[in-house]
Design a protein around this ligand. Structure first.
Ligand SMILES: [Zn+2]
Length: 371
């Protein structure tokens, strides 16, 4: 019964992603570096070394190296009592998150970070994985946009910030979202895009060694077609952005590497090269599909209704080759790619190295309950 329920939940999650076409929230990696962390669309924090998650106010970690799921507490004989402003305002437990406000936690290398927002401002705290005390690291005069992806790489957190203002007459709260960063070496921060109240969405798509890709769209008229927006490429060194792809009805971004850009239009996966030559590289027989990007390529998945199976294509940027893999409906679809790890939906989220996944092996290195 439980099995069926979970499977149903996975399918609903996947289908909602497929149907709304917002599965472009994908992640890549920073080459050899093990310092890469992202919040996946399935929540929590997935890093190159493991999964950081919070359970009832207690911080836990699934370690890929050992497969173990541990509470991040080093105190002897601790029973891990969470923080409570009334009953436990000064928790003994290292893993208890000592805040009432909205918290986003992440691991980057061997440091833990907590972004705590009260809507007006965001405090960033940090500590070593085995330390007890959180130290204040930065105070930022705006909030962050929850439930969207953030990425930490290149010693910075990139996230969608939110400046919330109250309208004088109506007292209505108005969001103004923008792409922002916090530097993890010195606590400096700033905005990376203009702050306009009419920006409706910003989605961080993925990063490769040099660039971060994101999609930005303006609040739309009812008459305007859905999915209209622009994909930008931001140089991680200079932090300058340039538009690389205009999203239109039936025209979706798939991935980009160097000057080769991939997109899907009318059931065709197409590639545009540096010279502007535009050619079809694959036909997609279904209208619902989903794209997950990594640094080395991207995975495009769709459900073949007649045959009742999932098809996964992986396009490798370097060779330009497409590898096609089939899955039966009972095997989990890929939920996300974080760095060089693939997150697969099953009974739980299962983690597998991208190379093993592409080789058809089932060497799962860790698993984590679906939040
Ligand atoms: Zn404890």
């Amino acid at each position: 019964m439980r099995r069926t329920f979970l499977r149903g939940k996975c399918m609903i999650l996947l289908l909602s992603v497929l149907l709304t076409g917002c599965g472009k929230t994908t992640a890549g990696s920073v080459g050899e570096s093990d310092r890469f962390t992202a919040r996946s669309i399935i929540f929590d924090c997935y890093s190159e070394s493991g999964i950081l998650y919070e359970k009832d106010g207690i911080l836990c970690f699934v370690d890929y190296a050992t497969g173990e799921d541990v509470v991040l507490c080093t105190k002897p004989n601790c029973v891990h009592v969470p923080y409570s402003a009334v009953n436990n305002p000064d928790p003994y437990c290292d893993a208890a998150l000592p805040w009432d406000d909205i918290i986003e936690t992440m691991i980057y290398g061997d440091r833990l970070y907590a972004l705590v927002t009260n809507f007006d401002s965001t405090f960033v705290y940090e500590k070593g994985v085995s330390e007890s005390e959180w130290k204040e690291f930065a105070e930022i005069p705006y909030s962050y946009y929850q439930a969207v992806k953030w990425i930490a790489c290149n010693d910075r957190i990139y996230y969608v910030a939110n400046q919330i203002t109250q309208q004088e007459e109506t007292l209505e709260l108005k969001d103004a979202i923008f792409l922002a960063y916090v530097d993890l070496t010195d606590g400096t921060y700033g905005s990376l895009t203009d702050i306009h109240e009419d920006i409706g969405i910003i989605s961080i798509l993925y990063v490769d060694e040099k660039n971060l890709y994101y999609e930005m769209g303006y609040e739309l008229d009812v008459a305007a077609p859905e999915n209209e927006g622009q994909v930008y490429r931001m140089n991680l060194e200079t932090r300058e952005s340039e538009p690389v792809f205009q999203i239109e009805e039936n025209k979706r971004f798939a991935g980009m590497c160097g000057e080769n850009l991939y997109y899907v239009e009318n059931g065709e996966l197409r590639r545009v090269d540096a010279e502007g030559a535009d050619e079809s590289v694959y036909n997609i027989p279904e209208t619902n599909f989903d794209v997950r990007a990594a640094a080395s390529g991207f995975l495009l998945q769709y459900y073949l209704r007649d045959a009742e199976k999932f098809i996964d294509l992986y396009l490798d940027y370097e060779s330009g080759e497409i590898k096609e893999m089939e899955r039966t409906g009972t095997e989990g679809p890929v939920a996300d790619i974080v760095g060089e790890n693939v997150l697969v939906f099953g009974e739980a989220i299962q983690v597998i190295r991208l190379t093993d996944f592409l080789a058809g092996k089932d060497n799962y290195i860790a698993q984590h309950e679906i939040p």
